[in-house]
Design a protein around this ligand. Structure first.
Ligand code: BGC
Length: 767
């Protein structure tokens, strides 16, 4: 009996205690409540100022302080931004008062924690959303894994591997305190002068969309995933990659048809993949700056395509509506136009909160409109679990980044991304190559990391020289001659030194190209805001290769670059060319393994290489009349084409057949092809399927990539590859820009690259 009473008393305590706690815990703090209920509850408790604050993003305090000094030297570079009149401690105070909702460029975990703890002191304890440009690994944070840059990894055409790289990026971001990656970059690359080509997945809209999709899935995971995930940001809306003069921020002027066919598909796919956020582009499109473009942000993406997440402005681009584009006469009007068009969050700084308040006072904006944005932002914070876990375990951090497993993945990514462009039987290196000279401006530095990386600890980066030394240890002697670490500052004496050493070598490996490192000051000649009016290798790099080739020894050129370069002269004199792009932390090792033959190269270009700047724009999916005439005195063909890449083995394509070669509109069919590895090495081949559309009222590209598969084949092995040909692949935009399927004769191509000679074809009749 006594026992029973005790149990009853205990139950009462638990019951009342439970009720008491429930009554005290606001709905928004209860992780078992539905997210929309939590958002609703929180919103109902917020003051107007607290709401607007959620729409405001600021630059990290440490970053800010470091940049304050540099700002004086580089007045016009946004990267060195600062807030006049606001000190770091003012900003800290604002956080503790709940007056800031988000940060970017917080590059140390300690700072991330400090800021989150300050946010926990605020009245409603709303955690901060911390964003970072983790576009190929969390490379802006020291000690994290750097994957090959986007243009590099796209050349692997390996969506499973790219998804894994995004998962690792998400894990390292969460381990170091940020939860929002400003990635993927869905710009379709069409102008090699533009410095940001390295941030893109190349020139094909379908491939960009496929890679964008797996990046989003890898970063964001699914709700049921039991792993750290972050929010992705599809950017930049739209077409900033085709500026009229090759310069970042310059206007883009394109037809609605080109937008539909080339630039919209990756964004449509991103929305379908559930991307949490989207960033408009710096540029104007057909006369309307993207940051004030209601058609794009609201009518098209939100209303027609169903985008549910929130828009973040690009770095000070709301300000530029008045300062550069002149579609607003002051910041208040700029804020008005942008928010009216659909903007939800301001990157970055204080020039947003007050203008919004004034616009509300003037009756130009309503609190309902503000609520919409805040609801979207809070929803993302809840989905990321930030209300439960915003502060990270700093002590354990180093165990969770650059792990052995992540290094292995970065190495594999580099191996699969590298493209062999020329090989006159020198590679893989052979026993007769007993003495190797390594030289070139990119042979022994961190240029292999690419843009959006900060300097990484030396021990975390395998340079080209280090990779070759490791790999050749015991097999060949490796000499190194430095020509300085700058691609455009090589001197004649440097070339002479290299030539002297070349006399003693059996083979020469010369690493050159570009430098996109934002910490490398005057040596930087690629990357964001580093656009060029010529795309030859900068400085005396071509002279260096020519002088080395004149020695009469085989010369292997390793290109480290973020954009296609006009390497016509180099192609003539070099014995082999390896396009390594920006292969990341483990890049030097991967390059060396390809040199030695341990790894058979398998990457294929995702962007065409113009012979000269005058050929731009160059892309494989051009209209039929584009080369109806040719240039005087030179070839009109690009130097290297989309989809090409050599291997140490050879593949033979045969027996192409269509399951049905005549179908009704709306029906599907299948294409199969046999591929044989007819060489001595095991290898991986990227099989590409292109479609050319029938005669119609609208001109279509000569071919368009519609599917691809990466397959592995042992030496001597044959595999049958099957592609589904879906109605979606046969769809196009008709005269009225409506999606429809034409009747007529389609040509289906399958093969090793977009080159005519590499493709087999079959006709498909659609009636
Ligand atoms: C770039 C964005 C980037 C942002 C934040 C801007 O200059 O255009 O792509 O996400 O800076 O770093």
């Amino acid at each position: 009996m006594i026992m029973m009473i005790r149990i009853c008393i205990f139950c009462c305590i638990v019951f009342w205690g439970g009720l008491h706690t429930t009554a005290q815990t606001p709905v928004y703090k209860n992780k078992n409540e539905k997210i929309d209920q939590r958002v609703k509850d929180l919103l109902s408790r917020m003051t107007l100022d607290e709401k607007i604050a959620q729409m405001c993003q600021y630059v990290g305090i440490e970053h800010l302080q470091a940049r304050e000094k540099k700002m004086n030297e580089h007045k016009k570079q946004d990267f060195f931004a600062f807030y006049p009149g606001l000190t770091g401690s003012d900003i800290e105070q604002m956080v503790s008062q709940g007056m800031i909702g988000s940060f970017l460029h917080v590059v140390t975990p300690a700072e991330a924690n400090k800021l989150q703890r300050l946010a926990m002191k605020s009245r409603l304890q709303i955690p901060l959303l911390i964003g970072i440009d983790a576009i190929h690994g969390n490379a802006l944070v020291s000690g994290c894994t750097v994957f090959p840059s986007p243009i590099s990894i796209s050349c692997s055409w390996d969506t499973a591997l790219i998804r894994k790289s995004a998962e690792v990026t998400a894990a390292e971001m969460r381990a170091t305190g940020s939860q929002w990656s400003f990635s993927p970059n869905l710009d379709v690359a069409r102008d090699a002068r533009w410095g940001r080509i390295g941030e893109t997945y190349g020139e094909d809209p379908f491939l960009v969309a496929e890679i964008g999709k797996v990046m989003i899935e890898g970063l964001q995971g699914s709700e049921s995933d039991n792993r750290p995930k972050v929010s992705a940001c599809a950017k930049h809306l739209i077409a900033g990659s085709e500026p009229i003069n090759g310069l970042n921020v310059a206007p883009t002027d394109l037809s609605e048809r080109t937008l539909e066919e080339i630039y919209y598909p990756p964004f449509k796919a991103a929305i379908k993949a559930g991307v949490h956020t989207i960033m408009p582009a710096h540029n104007e499109i057909n006369g309307i700056p993207c940051h004030a473009n209601k058609f794009l942000m609201t009518d098209l993406l939100r209303k027609r395509w169903g985008f549910q997440g929130f828009y973040i402005s690009d770095f000070l681009d709301i300000e530029r509506l008045a300062e550069i584009h002149r579609v607003a006469s002051n910041q208040k009007e700029a804020v008005y136009k942008s928010v009216k068009a659909g903007m939800d969050m301001h990157m970055h700084g204080p020039d947003f909160h007050e203008p919004i308040k004034q616009l509300l006072k003037d009756g130009l904006l309503t609190e309902d409109r503000i609520n919409e944005s805040v609801r979207r932002i809070l929803e993302v914070k809840f989905r990321l679990g930030l209300f439960e876990e915003a502060v990270i375990d700093e002590k354990n951090m180093s165990n969770n980044i650059f792990t052995k497993e992540y290094q292995k993945l970065a190495l594999e990514a580099a191996r699969r991304s590298i493209v062999l462009l020329k090989n006159d039987s020198v590679l893989p290196l052979q026993e007769k190559h007993k003495r190797i000279l390594v030289t070139g401006p990119n042979a022994d530095n961190q240029t292999i990391l690419g843009d959006w990386s900060l300097r990484q600890p030396d021990e975390n980066v395998i340079t080209v020289l280090e990779g070759i030394k490791n790999e050749m240890n015991g097999k060949a002697m490796v000499d190194f001659v430095s020509v300085g670490g700058s691609t455009h500052k090589i001197k004649k004496e440097d070339i002479n030194h290299a030539v002297q050493a070349a006399l003693l070598a059996d083979v020469i490996v010369v690493a050159l190209g570009e430098n996109a490192l934002r910490f490398d000051g005057g040596n930087r000649n690629s990357g964001e805001n580093v656009d060029r009016d010529d795309i030859n290798p900068a400085g005396l790099q071509t002279d260096l290769v020519e002088a080395l080739a004149a020695v009469g020894k085989p010369v292997v050129v390793v290109l480290i670059n973020g954009r296609p370069l006009s390497v016509g002269r180099i192609k003539e004199v070099a014995t082999a060319i390896i396009e390594a792009w920006e292969p990341g932390s483990m890049g030097g090792q991967a390059i060396a393994e390809i040199l030695s033959g341990k790894v058979n190269p398998s990457g294929k270009l995702t962007i065409s290489f113009p012979r000269s700047v005058g050929q731009i724009p160059v892309y494989y999916n051009h209209k039929p009349s584009q080369y109806a005439r040719s240039y005087w005195g030179t070839s009109s063909e690009p130097l290297f084409v989309f989809g090409e890449g050599l291997s140490y083995t050879s593949y033979v394509y045969s027996d192409v057949s269509l399951e049905k070669d005549s179908i009704k509109r709306g029906e599907a069919t299948r294409l199969s092809v046999n591929i044989k590895n007819s060489g001595k090495y095991d290898g991986e081949e990227i099989v590409q399927l292109y479609i050319n559309y029938p005669v119609s009222d609208i001109t279509r590209a000569v071919k368009e990539l519609k599917a691809f598969q990466r397959i592995s084949l042992k030496s001597g092995e044959t595999k049958k590859v099957v592609f589904d040909i879906s109605p979606e692949m046969l769809t196009h935009f008709d005269v009225d820009l409506q999606e429809s399927i034409e009747t007529g004769k389609y040509t289906i191509f399958v093969g090793a690259s977009s080159k005519k000679g590499d493709l087999l074809m079959r006709y498909l009749d659609v009636h």
